[in-house]
Write a protein that binds this ligand. Structure first.
Ligand code: GDP
Length: 850
């Protein structure tokens, strides 16, 4: 018991040696009866370091019994002192209990806080702020508490001084001294305990910073029992828990309204669609709040459902954040698009396109410049390939020429974002002057903002009248230098070579004015000029490098295709390791055939290249689907409207190379009069596929295959849907057919009919015969007398006749489907396993196009 004074501060002497009951009152109306016992044996020994003067003064063995002869007055006084001490004791106990309770509450609060922490991890920042405020407040309160403690100490010190005085004055009464001395350590201001208490106060203040009111009520210096029981009690009822609840409410309110405190405005990235919980996460808001907001907007969604970007934007705005829309297209961000620094730029050769009316001598001029003839080799005489080549002028300037078959290519490349041409050379025949396509070319060049140089061709002809050309150009706002304008004009002849050097120098001069520059020291980018599925080499694209340097081994994405440069071949057929700005090269190593005008970009990894290509493919598919739906509908309307005035003949064109497609499209555009017009719905390179048939069916169009065939599924689909497929190998035939159809002049004519297909399984070498194909007839019938075509990947490789058709050892006339046979071609040897032999016969049939 003697040691437990601190804990049980009720070990008081009840006075008068009788064990008395003291009734204590606590908060909430609790009371407690405490037995006050008399400690007989207790001897108060002043603590050596305590420095309590009164004790020292009243030291010695004070009798614990009431000494005899004490007066009533004295007794009264003593009782009074005891009562006061008791009150102080009770007060202290109340304090302690309150503190205990506070600690209990504090613990509860902490527990709640930990739970809240887990729950509200996302509001960390806000809480950090709140914490900072709390700390600031705590600090302030700690200071206040410290001040108060100091005050209390001072008061206690003065009280102690007073009591010591009193003791001194009453030193004649040793018993009184005893009493006073004894009460001092028990309930009185025990000096050594005062700092401890203050410490605790400070700690409490720091720990319970919110408990301001209560602190105010309880900690202002000394408390009376009354204060402890009434005023103090009121304070405790608005306890820390209450304060905490209030704060929590305020905080929730603040979060719900996304304001009050300075809100952190976030940039919230939103793709085309986002899951609600992910949106909440990105905003650092509660999912429940987001769902609630959505519901307010009339959208009943759960946190696991996706909402579109527009809805997300409304929500994000409501929460006071900023939306940043991102899209799948971001996969393209890896393409290096940094602008070049001025010091990295080097001069590059100009890229020239020759344009003009048909037969004014574009090809001849290109050939004359290149010193090579290509005209003779062309089927049907129309330029079928878009090539490119470089020449060097006498002055040493390198020029890159594009061999474009028409304006459509120029425009379609431009439409795809590939502005390749720097300078247009407008060819006008001096004996023919300005013609419709000349005007068209002028429009195209002007639309592209590309400077023009006029080459007045065929000046060797007697009928040549260059000045007439100049005068007529004037009418189309092309003012040549000879007419005091700024457009350079040169009189040339592709046949005699007259004026060619002047033309090249004029181009070099124009290019100097343009100050064409590029940075060779970066990842290459370029444009596809021509692309084709090459037999044996796979997909090949002629790429004009526009910036950077393309090297062997580079990984690239080009349009919807990608690949790794396996080989680079220049315009002279040489293998090269790299190609710098304005250099045209054939690129091998593609996974598919891109289209003219597609842009090539070198990227770091194959994964990136594939990702971009796949994204583009999907995007293009979606676009086509959308466009297809729209076209059909619009078209039907338009047709219904226009049927009386202008009929439209829609066609689909598939070709072996891009150049052929462009040439055909261009030719188609020219067909038609006031009554009928040909519209090419779609044109592309490669075999005719099922999707082509689908489009053709939807639009009621025939499919024109130029040196390509339909694959098996497309053939089946065409049969089922009644779509007509027509095959050609000469552009003029195709054009004539369409022309005839358009003008309703179709008549019976000899046409070819496919009678069978066979597949080459093996190739044998037979002495005297050459290569013989071991085949299986897969469809129809193989007939010795029929015409044959060799197809590789649905592209026509060879057309001719059979030298032999054998069934086992015997030469036969016919082999039926499902049977094996041997075939050899007349004058042709390049046959391979898996090639397909198409067998056709010519017969007179009624034309169907109308
Ligand atoms: P394109 O359709 O513009 O490509 O014209 P071509 O280059 O195919 O030429 C059409 C015809 O004009 C060909 O027969 C050429 O031989 C002829 N030709 C082209 N340039 C000249 C020239 O400078 N002088 C003469 N006399 N004939 C030319």
């Amino acid at each position: 018991m003697s040691d437990s004074d601190g804990k049980k501060p009720l070990g008081l002497r009840g006075g008068d040696a009788r064990p008395g009951n003291v009734k204590q009152s606590f908060s909430h109306g609790r009371t407690k009866n405490v037995v006050v016992e008399t400690k007989r044996k207790r001897v108060v020994v002043p603590k050596p370091g305590a420095g309590t003067k009164p004790m020292g003064a009243g030291g010695g063995a004070g009798p614990s019994k009431r000494p005899a002869g004490i007066s009533d007055v004295e007794m009264e006084r003593r009782l009074k002192a005891v009562r006061a001490a008791k009150a102080r004791e009770a007060e202290d106990a109340a304090n302690r209990i309150a503190e205990e309770k506070a600690r209990e509450e504090e613990r509860a609060r902490r527990r709640a806080e930990i739970e809240a922490k887990e729950r509200e991890e996302r509001e960390r920042e806000e809480r950090a702020k709140a914490k900072a405020e709390e700390e600031a407040r705590a600090k302030a309160e700690a200071e206040i508490a410290a001040q108060r403690a100091a005050q209390a100490k001072a008061q206690e010190a003065s009280a102690a001084a007073a009591s010591s005085k009193r003791q001194q004055t009453q030193s004649s009464a040793p018993a009184a001294n005893d009493q006073t001395a004894r009460q001092a350590p028990a309930g009185g201001p025990k000096p050594s305990s005062a700092p401890r208490k203050n410490d605790r106060d400070n700690r409490d203040a720091a720990r319970q910073p919110k408990n301001k009111n209560q602190n105010d009520g309880r900690r202002s210096g000394k408390l009376t029992l009354n204060q402890a029981l009434s005023g103090g009690e009121g304070g405790r009822q608005r306890s820390m828990a209450a304060m905490k609840r209030q704060q929590e409410r305020a905080r929730q309110k603040a979060m719900g309204q996304a304001e009050n405190r300075e809100k952190i405005v976030r940039e919230v990235k939103v793709p085309e669609a986002i899951i609600v919980s992910e949106l909440a996460n990105r905003m650092a808001e509660r999912v429940a709040e987001v769902v609630k907001s959505l519901m307010k907007m009339g959208m009943m969604v759960t946190q696991n459902q996706a909402i579109d970007a527009d809805t997300a934007e409304l929500i994000i705005e409501e929460f006071g954040h900023k939306i940043v829309r991102v899209s799948d297209a971001d996969v393209e961000d890896v393409i290096d698009s940094v602008d070049d620094k001025q010091e990295d730029l080097r001069d590059r050769p100009p890229v020239i396109t020759i344009m003009g009316h048909v037969d004014h001598g574009k090809t001849s001029l290109l050939d004359a410049i290149r010193n090579a003839k290509v005209v003779a080799g062309e089927a049907g005489g129309i330029t079928q390939h878009i090539g490119a080549y470089q020449v060097k002028t006498d002055g040493g300037t390198v020029l890159s020429f594009l061999d474009t078959p028409g304006h459509a290519a120029f425009t379609s490349m431009r439409a795809r974002g590939a502005q390749v041409t720097d300078i247009v050379v407008l060819v006008v025949a001096a004996d023919d002057s300005v013609m419709p396509q000349t005007i068209e070319a002028i429009h195209h060049a002007k639309a592209a903002g590309v400077p023009m140089i006029v080459a007045i061709n065929k000046c060797d002809r007697p009928a040549a009248d260059p000045n007439k050309v100049r005068a007529e150009l004037l009418q189309h706002e092309v003012i040549v230098e000879a007419m005091s304008g700024e457009v350079q004009d040169v009189e040339v002849s592709a046949i005699t070579g007259q004026g060619l050097d002047q033309l090249l120098e004029a181009i070099a001069l124009q290019s100097e004015i343009l100050e064409l520059k590029a940075n060779p020291d970066r990842s290459a980018s370029g444009a596809v000029i021509e692309a084709q599925l090459d037999v044996g080499r796979g997909p090949v694209a002629t790429v004009l490098v526009q910036n950077g340097t393309l090297r062997k081994g580079d990984i690239f994405v080009v349009g919807e295709q990608y690949g790794k440069v396996r080989a680079l071949i220049d315009d002279k057929g040489n293998r090269v390791d790299e190609a710098g700005p304005s250099v045209p090269v054939e690129v091998l190593g593609l996974n598919g055939t891109p289209e003219a005008g597609d842009v090539l970009n070198v990227v770091d990894t194959e994964a990136q290249a594939r990702e971009i290509a796949e994204y583009r493919e999907h995007a293009a598919k979606d676009k086509r689907a959308a466009a297809g739906a729209a076209t059909t509908l619009e078209q039907l309307m338009a047709q219904a409207k226009q049927s009386e005035n202008l009929a439209e003949l829609p066609i689909l064109v598939k070709t072996d190379v891009q150049g052929s497609a462009e040439a055909i499209v261009q030719a188609m555009e020219k067909i038609g009069n006031d009554e009928v017009r040909v519209r090419v719905l779609h044109h592309g390179v490669g075999a005719i596929t099922e999707s082509d048939i689908g489009l053709a069916e939807a639009s009621g169009a025939p499919v024109m295959g130029f040196n390509v065939r339909a694959n098996a599924s497309a053939r089946n689909a065409a049969n089922q849907k009644g779509v007509e497929i027509r095959y050609y190998s000469v552009i003029y035939d195709l054009v004539d057919d369409v022309k005839a159809a358009a003008s309703g002049l179709l008549s019976a004519e000899v046409r070819e009919n496919f009678i069978g297909y066979s597949k080459i399984k093996e190739v044998f070498k037979v002495t005297g015969v050459g290569k013989v194909a071991g085949c299986l007839v897969t469809e129809g019938v193989a007939r010795r007398s029929a015409g044959v075509r060799l197809l590789r990947d649905n592209v026509v490789i060879h057309e001719g006749t059979l030298k032999t058709l054998k069934r086992f050892k015997d030469e036969v006339k016919e082999v039926q489907s499902g049977q094996e046979c041997g075939m050899a071609f007349e004058n042709y040897d390049d046959i391979r396993p898996d090639d397909v032999i198409e067998i056709f016969e010519r017969e007179e049939i009624e034309r169907k196009l109308d």
